[in-house]
Design a protein around this ligand. Structure first.
Ligand code: ADP
Ligand code: MG
Length: 328
């Protein structure tokens, strides 16, 4: 059985990167894994964006979930928070509570984690590892807690507060696919949206100076847009028919189910953002450049914190609630 320190060294501590000319990453970490703390070298003129997400087996992922996909998703949900702030992700810490040092699981998890980390130049700089079990025979659940740190030029971060009456409301990609995959586990078409979401990092960075407010969709479009409305002290009207959805969601005959997936389905990790009307052309060009659909779905109104979703006849739809861990 691996000791805690062997486990860290074998799966999470990577050889110091060769410093190649032009590789800026290598200079962002003065000291990585192995000491009592890591030492970072933030760039001049940047603010640090910091965010933590905790994933619990049985609550955020099912027992027996594929370890590689889990490594991807655990980091992806954190990267998505950086995207929503307009920050460039740089460093991450990883705290793991594991029922056992299962090497097949560790290899898969580390593989998924580092494949995504390397795509965005994120360096794992530390963490903590513990057995998830009280002394005795009952193993605890897997616990994965990642803290992500990113950089954003001072004054350019995107906030939830910032939406103004008259601004357009935009959504990236499509909504409801992850929730459909959760609802119909046998339906493979949207499994990737649920298991291996793509954090919208490039979009987030490009929205600096363009978006007036932004959030990522983790708990459902209606609920997450609601956070923007509340923080900004505004309301919104959204045209239901304009909300982008994957083909398999759009084909669902049960209208209530389709609406629930699109409006309340969580886990899509798309960005919802607001932007002055004057930016429409620039955003259309950005969508083409990033090869990522950006849909204009509604407008910010002055009525405080009220969200109206209108059907084709202009009638307000009833909106259920998004995911709330403490809902009765
Ligand atoms: P401490 O006793 O100070 O908590 P540890 O012995 O737990 O330190 O950790 C040793 C080193 O390994 C530290 O640099 C820590 O950040 C790093 N580390 C521990 N667990 C992980 C992990 N799961 N992923 C990455 N780094 C880790
Ligand atoms: Mg420790």
């Amino acid at each position: 059985m691996l000791s805690e320190f062997e486990l860290i060294r074998k799966y999470f501590e990577r050889a110091p990167r060769e410093v190649r000319p032009g590789d800026r990453r290598a200079r962002r970490v003065a000291l990585g894994i192995g000491d009592d703390a890591a030492l970072l070298r933030p760039s001049a003129g940047m603010e640090l964006a910091v965010s933590t997400d905790l994933l619990l087996e049985g609550r955020h992922f099912r027992a027996g979930a594929d370890a590689r996909k889990l490594g991807h998703k655990a980091l992806a949900v954190n990267l998505s928070d950086m995207a929503a702030m307009g920050a460039a992700p740089r460093w991450a810490t990883l705290a793991l509570g594991l029922p056992a040092a299962d090497e097949i699981w560790l290899k898969g998890f580390a593989g998924g984690f580092f494949a995504l980390a390397d795509r965005f130049g994120v360096e794992l700089i530390g963490g903590d590892t513990t057995r998830a079990a009280a002394p005795g025979p009952v193993p605890g659940p897997i616990v994965i807690c990642i803290t992500i740190l990113g950089e954003v030029p001072s004054g350019l971060a995107l906030f939830r507060a910032g939406a103004r009456p008259g601004d357009d409301i935009w959504v990236s990609g499509a909504l409801g696919g992850a929730a459909l995959a959760l609802e119909q586990p046998g339906n493979a078409a949207n499994a990737k949206r649920l298991d291996e979401p793509e954090p919208r990092i490039e979009l987030g960075e490009r929205l600096r100076g363009l978006a007036s407010a932004a959030i990522d969709v983790s708990d459902g479009f209606a609920q997450d847009l609601g956070h923007i409305l509340e923080r900004s002290g505004v309301g919104a009207t959204v045209e239901y028919a304009l909300l982008p959805r994957p083909a398999e969601v759009g084909k669902i005959a049960d209208a209530d189910l389709q609406a629930r997936l699109v409006l309340c389905g969580g886990d899509d990790y798309e960005l919802v953002f607001t932007s002055p009307q004057a930016n429409r052309g620039e955003l259309a060009a950005l969508a083409a450049e990033l090869n990522l659909p950006l849909s204009r779905v509604g407008a910010i109104q002055s009525a405080q914190a009220k969200l109206q979703v209108l059907d084709a006849q202009g009638k307000a739809l009833h909106i259920g609630r998004g995911f709330d861990h403490f809902a009765p």
